[in-house]
Design a binder for this molecule. Structure first.
Ligand code: AMP
Length: 193
């Protein structure tokens, strides 16, 4: 089962992706987590992306696409994955579609976490207080949301057009949203059975 989660920061997609991964035994592949781990480890990649993350900008596509290509070719991703934080723009979406197409795979479902900006902002500011992420500062948050609208919303429309999109009202509780996700997965598995 090849899943993708997309939505603004603060929409709970990371939490839900982690839960899906645990319950359906597929890896949670989060580009944000991978970049943060690289920064933490002080690797060459980490040193390169650290200022980009701190500013809330996007890491260049070549680096990000290569990271995903390598990660999805690992053994544990053979039975499926839940991709989180990628693709962030149409160029990355095109690269992902081509990458999966070349190995005769495709996405099964794109879960879209729909959330108003004011709630997204409120949640990110809360997370800034609780977790102290460098990119959860108010000015950086505004920049990340602006990039989401400019570059990532077209990705949502791309997958809406291909019929893969499952829209979710992300302002509801974690359990309510998750119940809808498991229903959508059951329907998908029913269609495939
Ligand atoms: P996230 O945790 O998904 O919000 O990602 C944190 C940061 O990592 C982003 O603000 C970007 O700087 C970088 N990042 C994560 N995913 C991508 C991506 N697909 N393309 C470019 N940059 C990314």
């Amino acid at each position: 089962m090849n899943l993708l989660v997309v939505g603004p920061q603060g929409s709970g997609k990371g939490t839900q992706a982690g839960r899906i991964a645990a319950d359906y035994d597929i890896p949670h592949v989060s580009t944000g987590d991978m970049f943060r781990a690289a920064v933490e480890a002080g690797s060459e990649l980490g040193q390169r992306v650290q200022p980009i993350l701190a500013a809330g900008d996007l890491v260049p596509d070549e680096l990000t696409v290569e990271l995903i290509r390598e990660r999805l070719s690992e053994d544990d991703a053979r039975a499926g994955f839940v991709l989180d934080g990628f693709p962030r723009n149409l160029a990355q979406a095109g690269a992902l579609d081509a990458m999966l197409g070349s190995i005769d795979r495709g996405l099964d479902m794109v879960l879209f976490f729909d959330l108003d900006d004011d709630i997204a902002l409120e949640r990110m500011l809360g997370r800034a207080r609780d977790e102290g992420r460098v990119d959860d500062r108010p000015d950086v948050i505004a920049r990340r949301l602006a990039i989401y609208h400019e570059q990532t919303e077209p990705v949502v429309e791309h997958y809406r057009a291909t019929g893969l999109l499952v829209p979710l009202h992300a302002e509801r509780s974690v359990n309510e949203v998750y119940a809808e996700i498991t229903d959508a997965i059951a329907a998908l598995e029913g269609r495939r059975a």
